[in-house]
Design a protein. Structure first.
Length: 269
C-alpha cells in the first residue's frame, strides 16, 4: 500500500460469568443481532448445564465444539506484540529512518491533535485502495473504520495515536500481501475456498465451522469477501485473539469476565 509520495508501504445476574466467549463478536454470536444478549444468556446456560437441544440437535455439544475450536485457535495465534508505551523522546531517539519517515507522514495525516479519527482513517484507506485496481472494494465505511479504531484504541481516546496507527498499518500491509497471494483466480476478492489458506497465512488456525460463520458475516451476496471486509475482519480477529490470550492467564483456554466487563469489552468494539 502507498501513503502519499514520500513513503511506499508495500506488502506491506444470568451473565455473571462468561466462559470462553471473548471471540463471539467477531464470529457473529453476539454482534449483528438485536437478540445477541439473549443468545449470550442461552449459550452461558448451556455451558453451565451441559444440556439443551433445538430440533433434536444438542446445542450444548455444538456450542462446546465451536468454543473449543476458538480456544485452540487463540492458543496457536502468535502475533507481533503491540509496541510498548514509551515517552515520545525515547521513541524518537531509537527510531530507524523508515520509522521517522512514517512519523513525519503520520503528522501530516493526523492533523493538529496528532491522532487519527475514524473519519480520517476512512479517508486514508479509501485514497490508498483507489490506487489499486486489483483490490475489489466498495470502500471502507465509517462504521468499519469506527470498529477498527475501537479494537486498536488501547487508551480509549476514540482515535489512534502514532504507535496504534503504526501497528494497524503494519498489519494492513501484511494482510494486503496475503489477500493478493490467495486471490488465486485474480477476481479481486477472496472466495470461500480461498479463505482458509489466507487466514492460515495470517496466523489464524480455525476449523471449518468457524470459517463458515466468519465468511457468512463478512462476504457479500455472491459469496465473495472483498478487500475492505477482509481487512475489517482480520483487524477484529487479531484484536480478539490478543485479548483472549491476555485474559487467559493460566493458559487453560478459558476466561471469565463479569457482566460489567463483558459490556465494556463488547459494546465499544
Amino acid at each position: 500500500l502507498e501513503l502519499g509520495g514520500a513513503l511506499r508501504l508495500y506488502p506491506i445476574s444470568g451473565l455473571s460469568t462468561v466462559t470462553c466467549l471473548w471471540l463471539s463478536p467477531v464470529i457473529g454470536f453476539v454482534a449483528g443481532s438485536p437478540f445477541g444478549i439473549l443468545r449470550m444468556f442461552l449459550v452461558n446456560s448451556f455451558l453451565k448445564g451441559g444440556g439443551g437441544s433445538f430440533g433434536g440437535i444438542n446445542a450444548g455439544s455444538i456450542i462446546g465444539g465451536i468454543i473449543s475450536a476458538v480456544s485452540d485457535a487463540a492458543a496457536q495465534y502468535n502475533p507481533e506484540p503491540p509496541p510498548p508505551v514509551s515517552h515520545i523522546s525515547q521513541l524518537e531517539a531509537n527510531e530507524s529512518e523508515e520509522v521517522r519517515q512514517f512519523r513525519r507522514l503520520f503528522m501530516q495525516l493526523a492533523g493538529d491533535d496528532m491522532e487519527v479519527s475514524p473519519t480520517e482513517l476512512m479517508g486514508i484507506l479509501n485514497k490508498v485502495v483507489a490506487r489499486h485496481a486489483d483490490l475489489k472494494t466498495d470502500g471502507f465505511s465509517i462504521e468499519s473504520c469506527r470498529s477498527m479504531v475501537a479494537v486498536m484504541d488501547s487508551d480509549s481516546t476514540g482515535k489512534l495515536g502514532f504507535e496504534e496507527f503504526k501497528y494497524l498499518w503494519s498489519n494492513i500491509k501484511k494482510w494486503q500481501a496475503i489477500y493478493r497471494r490467495y486471490d488465486t483466480d485474480r477476481s479481486g476478492t477472496i472466495s470461500g475456498s480461498e479463505l482458509p489458506g489466507a487466514f492460515e497465512a495470517g496466523g489464524f488456525q480455525l476449523n471449518q465451522q468457524l470459517y463458515q460463520m466468519i465468511f457468512r458475516r463478512y462476504s457479500d451476496e455472491s459469496g465473495d469477501m472483498d478487500f475492505d471486509n477482509f481487512i475489517s475482519c482480520l483487524v477484529r480477529l487479531d484484536a480478539m485473539f490478543r485479548a483472549f490470550r491476555a485474559l487467559d492467564k493460566d493458559g487453560n483456554g478459558q476466561i471469565q469476565v463479569g457482566l460489567k466487563e463483558w459490556l465494556q469489552l463488547t459494546m465499544y468494539t
